[in-house]
Design a protein around this ligand. Structure first.
Ligand SMILES: NC(=O)c1ccc[n+]([C@@H]2O[C@H](COP(=O)([O-])OP(=O)(O)OC[C@H]3O[C@@H](n4cnc5c(N)ncnc54)[C@H](O)[C@@H]3O)[C@@H](O)[C@H]2O)c1
Length: 290
């Protein structure tokens, strides 16, 4: 079987046309790759196509993208519901479908069967290590996490996570592809819940919650300190409100279930707000009122 190399990557398949998948596919098209966006839902594909056309038009209107590049990039993007056909033509696959193990396992089975031997199969999952889907693909050495951040067209970080069987060539090809998409990738050598960014974020949030709970400072002063002393664009309480307190609570539950570490358990202050229906910005109230 031929080893994956960056030079063989021309056609990129992105599976799942939601929040993440559509922007990852657009990043690939902007970088000069042909990109196919696949979803089981024709409605999602239509919505993604309209959304990306609008995004590109906005960039052109602001003078950030020239019209010729915008046209050629959109022309390199294809939309389909046919996974097997798209996989057969793909040199690199980034799976960004719904965060459910059964969904991802089914996709990796199909990809493993249909994609050429040199094709890397990466998952954008935030919480499922690629070892969970590697065997289903029948080519575990060509599988890894390639974790983008939201919004994927803007955020530079990509966490490339190896599982114990990921080959050196797979990790290197994935890192180099991320660079060619204009990203700043990092390599994580072992699967660990939360990878790096979400672990750092979790630690900051935990400390912020502990400081507030102990009455050391108000939440707004803690947020101000994160901005004015540490240079964070937003303090931890504002970030939690923006992400959604239900999401924060769910991540803590999932991480705690996996690690058993009491430090990872959901914080009672967050759980109480969720129980009161205060989920953050999206419900008009969380740690702050909106
Ligand atoms: N939203 C984020 O902030 C974020 C950030 C980083 C990583 N992620 C990860 O990206 C992945 C997608 O997240 P999202 O927020 O874009 O989800 P989303 O709900 O916006 O989109 C998921 C898409 O997957 C499609 N889908 C479901 N089953 C499918 C199947 N069998 N085949 C093809 N498509 C299928 C759905 O129709 C939907 O369009 C998840 O693994 C998530 O952990 C999300």
């Amino acid at each position: 079987m031929s080893e994956p190399t960056i030079d063989s990557v021309r056609n990129i398949l992105v599976v799942g046309a939601g929040t993440m998948g559509r922007q990852i596919a657009m990043s690939a098209a902007l970088a000069g790759y042909t990109a196919t966006l696949q979803d089981i839902s024709p409605d999602m594909l239509k919505a993604a196509q309209a959304d990306l056309a609008g995004w590109v038009a906005g960039r052109v209107a602001k003078g950030k993208l020239d019209p010729a590049t915008s046209r050629s990039s959109l022309a390199r993007l294809a939309f389909t519901t046919a996974l097997e056909t798209a996989a057969a033509a793909a040199d690199f696959v980034i799976e960004a479908a719904t965060e459910r193990l059964d969904v991802k396992t089914g996709i990796f089975e199909t990809l493993g069967r249909a994609a050429p031997a040199h094709t890397v199969l990466a998952t954008n999952s935030s919480t499922l290590g690629s070892s969970k889907v590697a065997e289903a693909s029948g080519r575990p050495d060509r599988v890894c996490n390639m974790h983008f951040f939201n919004p994927a067209l803007v955020m530079k970080c990509v966490e490339v996570v190896r599982h114990p069987g990921t080959s050196h060539a797979t990790a290197e090809t994935t890192l180099e592809l991320a660079r060619r998409l204009g990203k700043e990738p990092v390599l994580i050598n072992r699967e660990i819940p939360g990878f790096i960014a979400n672990r750092l974020m979790g630690a900051i949030q935990r400390e912020a919650l502990a400081l507030a709970e102990a009455g050391i400072a108000s939440i707004s002063d803690i947020d101000t300190t994160a901005r004015s002393a540490l240079g964070h664009p937003m303090g931890p309480f504002r970030v939690m409100d923006m992400v959604g307190l239900d999401v924060i609570d769910f991540i803590a539950q999932a991480t705690h279930a996996e690690t058993g570490d009491p430090a990872d358990a959901p914080h009672p202050a967050v759980t109480a707000l969720v129980a009161a229906g205060k989920l953050g910005r999206k419900t008009g109230a969380g740690f702050y009122e909106y």
